[in-house]
Design a protein around this ligand. Structure first.
Ligand code: PLP
Length: 405
């Protein structure tokens, strides 16, 4: 099999059928534009699911990757390396964190977070204090522990028995949390904006209430910022805009700008429970990944870039509202920064995928969050003219779906 004979149908021949990718096969990207095998151009409002925070092939990231690729690729954690230590230092400098653990994905960052929360409670309070509270519709990854803490039953079904000691309650409902939290709770796990669950932001009052209840019961506050972090909301991490300080943060996705890396951020006190030999991963802190992430962090953690994220949010929202005025397809437009959801009206329930396919036809890459919400998670530096062009294509796609309805 050579590149010239590869097409979308090859996928069905050689891949496990757990994904159903769109029909085109992208081969090249630059900034917020992508080209497929036929040379057709796409505007990218998907950002690789909130990963390509600086678009495709950003020159500074290409340079960092090339430079490191000629120096040192991999060591394992039997040895440490300069890029990992430098990246950890920068994350500590700009967040609540005092200690960092590196891994390779969001699920792994959460897996580390949940294990650490359990271990910390075990070390300091005993084995009874092991219950994790999470939220309905939450998404934390696809390992067995993370689908168990996640609040979507469909991701657990058929994989039972799943780990025990996990309770789910209602997001943005402090009374509901009060009813289930106890001194047996070791951690409350929350996405500051539920991403996969439909782009639903937590209110400030709720987050602050969660922090208070955690303090009252000696439970750790674990923020899953895999999707909401690294500038996505216009703050370096979303917790910073909510007036709370977490005990553990999981980061991934935009952290590497497209190069796989995850990180768990925590305090010195909590970190003590991950003593020598308690947890690990071969690739964690890989020099290639850390060199790229270091560059990503330097570029994103800039007041002007972060301010622009909010301005670009307004531009997206303005376009979506205009499209809605003409076609009446959205019930609500919500989200923060460049994580935006548009919920379909009752008339279009379950049809998110139809909009996605129509958009691809018109030359637009975008996302859904569940069957009823269109989701946009583009590059944080997407040019305004690319937003305008992509929205013109979205409008054509919407018009097609509406006329065929
Ligand atoms: C994507 C995501 C994950 C899982 O990350 P992977 O890199 O796919 O393992 C976890 N939590 C949230 C909030 C996410 O959006």
């Amino acid at each position: 099999m050579s590149a010239s004979t590869i097409s979308r149908s090859t996928f069905d021949q050689v891949m496990v059928p757990n994904y159903a990718p769109q029909v085109m096969v992208p081969v090249r990207g630059k900034g917020s534009r992508v080209w497929d095998q036929e040379g057709k151009e796409y505007l990218d409002f998907a950002g690789g699911i909130a990963v390509n925070a600086l678009g495709h092939c950003h020159p500074a990231l290409v340079k960092a990757l090339k430079k490191q690729s000629e120096q040192l690729w991999h060591l394992s954690n039997v040895y440490t390396n300069e890029p990992a230590l430098e990246l950890a230092g920068e994350l500590i400098k700009h967040t609540f964190a005092e200690k960092i653990f590196f891994c390779n994905s969001g699920a792994e960052a959460n897996e580390a977070a949940f294990k650490l929360a359990r271990k910390y409670a075990y070390d300091n309070f005993g084995p009874e204090k092991h219950e994790i509270i999470a939220f309905h519709q939450a998404f934390h990854g696809r390992t067995l522990f993370t689908v168990s803490v996640g609040g979507q039953k469909k991701y657990r079904e058929g994989f039972e028995p799943v780990p025990a000691g996990i309770t789910h309650t209602t997001y943005n409902d402090l009374t509901a949390l009060e009813e289930v939290i106890s001194d047996r709770t070791c951690a409350v796990v929350i996405e500051p904006i539920q991403g996969e669950g439909g782009v639903i932001p937590a209110t400030k009052e709720f987050m602050q209430g969660v922090r208070q209840l955690c303090d009252q019961h000696n439970a750790l506050l674990v923020c899953d910022e895999v999707q909401s972090g690294m500038g996505r909301t216009g703050q370096l991490f979303a917790y910073m805009g909510l007036g709370v300080t977490p005990d553990i943060v999981a980061s991934a996705k935009s952290l590497g700008g497209g190069f796989p890396i995850g990180a768990m951020l925590t305090t010195s006190n909590v970190a003590q429970s991950f003593g020598f030999g308690t947890h690990g991963t071969t690739y964690g802190g890989n020099p290639l990944a850390c060199s790229v992430a270091l560059e990503v962090l330097k570029i994103i953690n800039d007041p002007q870039l972060l301010a622009n994220v909010s301005t670009k949010h307004d531009r997206f929202r303005h376009h979506l509202e205009a499209i809605n005025q003409r076609h009446g397809v959205f019930k609500e437009i919500r989200g923060k920064g460049l994580l935006i959801g548009a919920e379909l009206t009752d008339e279009y329930q379950g049809q998110g995928k139809a909009f996605l396919a129509a958009a691809a036809d018109e030359g637009l890459m975008m996302l859904v969050a569940g069957p009823n919400v269109l989701r946009f998670a583009p590059s944080l530096i997407i040019p305004d003219k690319d937003i305008d062009e992509g929205m013109a294509r979205l409008e054509k796609a919407v018009a097609k779906v509406v006329s065929g309805h």
